[in-house]
Ligand binder design. Structure first.
Ligand SMILES: *[C@@H]1O[C@H](CO)[C@@H](O)[C@H](O)[C@H]1NC(C)=O
Ligand SMILES: *[C@@H]1O[C@H](CO)[C@@H](O)[C@H](O)[C@H]1NC(C)=O
Ligand SMILES: *[C@@H]1O[C@H](CO)[C@@H](O)[C@H](O)[C@H]1NC(C)=O
Ligand SMILES: *[C@@H]1O[C@H](CO)[C@@H](O)[C@H](O)[C@H]1NC(C)=O
Ligand SMILES: *[C@@H]1O[C@H](CO)[C@@H](O)[C@H](O)[C@H]1NC(C)=O
Ligand SMILES: *[C@@H]1O[C@H](CO)[C@@H](O)[C@H](O)[C@H]1NC(C)=O
Length: 268
């Protein structure tokens, strides 16, 4: 990727952090402690000597990797992660890890999503209600949230500290991984000299462990679910590879025509 990429240059303002991770679950209108209910992720190989926050924040580029499911090596954190009781029909959310890059310390100052792109939320039910060995790899993921453009040129997630959304009221009760993703889009960018360059997608993914309390009753069909990683998440899949006008050059155009990867949102 050439440094002269226009959209990337816009990300270099001092208040913007271009790498981040969603380390906090929001439940009962409370931002819970980091990594209490969200599975902690491993540092990106090669970034071990950087401060903890930076190596964990590193985006994922390999969309076929099993780390796309819940973040880098997230299953390793299953024994140390607690399971949050969530009432179906109530609001839940993900909030960016409050790591202060400049001071290289945890801080109460919140971060914001400094990348352009959508976010989505999925649920996968743990077999036998046992989250301890459940990685979510090869599981059936039900999409319960999509946070797309707010108008033809802007994303609703841009510069937000995270996303809050409603857990569908008829979600069948039980233990789940709740997966959140925010990602940039894959596009080809044409320079003024006519040459083309590719800017691949960057994924920021985390999973929380939740216990859904609910009367249930929602009907889930196989068309509502996908595998992650899987064909819906290839680098050239619908909603990942997009026209240059949607991602390459500010101001963006045509975002209201954007269709995200995966099935439509299940609302119960
Ligand atoms: C999500 O909810 C929490 C808790 O109420 C709040 O602090 C946070 O600002 C909300 N995030 C967004 C993007 O509205
Ligand atoms: C991406 O992940 C797949 C599946 O684990 C692996 O086979 C492949 O080598 C990875 N590619 C890169 C460039 O690391
Ligand atoms: C997943 O992330 C871990 C930790 O960074 C890394 O060691 C491993 O190679 C990654 N696995 C795949 C399939 O990409
Ligand atoms: C959220 O509130 C419900 C109802 O009061 C409670 O049962 C549950 O334990 C709370 N969840 C967390 C993570 O505090
Ligand atoms: C989209 O909304 C932003 C403000 O959030 C505004 O600055 C921009 O002009 C709007 N774009 C369009 C195409 O309406
Ligand atoms: C995606 O499209 C590009 C450009 O056409 C091509 O070079 C690349 O091989 C494709 N990747 C996959 C995984 O199909």
């Amino acid at each position: 990727m050439k440094a002269s990429n226009v959209a990337c240059l816009a990300l270099l303002s001092p208040i913007t952090l271009a790498h981040y991770t969603f380390g906090h679950l929001v439940v009962n209108k409370t931002i819970t402690e980091r990594w209490r209910y969200v599975r902690d992720v491993a540092t990106q190989p090669g970034w071990e000597t950087t401060p903890e926050g930076i190596g964990k924040f590193y985006p994922q580029y390999n969309l076929t990797s099993t780390n796309m499911t819940c973040g880098r090596a997230a299953i390793n954190a299953a024994p140390t992660t607690q399971t949050a009781t969530v009432i179906a029909g109530e609001e839940v959310g993900f909030y960016l890890l409050d790591w202060n890059l400049k001071e290289t310390m945890y801080t109460s100052k919140s971060h914001t999503m400094g990348h352009y792109g959508p976010a989505q939320a999925y649920l996968a039910k743990a077999p036998n209600d046992d989250l301890t060995t459940f990685s979510g790899i090869d599981a059936d993921w039900l999409k319960i949230g999509y946070f797309g453009p707010k108008n033809d040129s802007d994303w609703s997630t841009y510069m937000q500290n995270g996303v809050n959304f409603t857990l569908p009221a008829k979600t069948p009760p039980g233990k789940y991984l709740l997966r959140f993703e925010h990602f940039t889009l894959n596009y080809w960018y044409q320079f003024d000299d006519g040459t083309w360059d590719n800017s691949p997608s960057e994924f920021f993914v985390n999973c929380a462990q939740i216990n859904v309390v609910s009367p249930g009753g929602g009907i889930i069909e196989s068309k509502d679910m996908i595998k992650i990683p899987g064909p819906a998440y290839g680098p050239n899949a619908t909603g990942i590879l997009v026209p240059e006008e949607m991602a390459g050059r500010l101001p963006f155009k045509g975002l209201l025509n954007y269709k995200p990867p995966g099935p439509v949102v299940w609302t119960g």
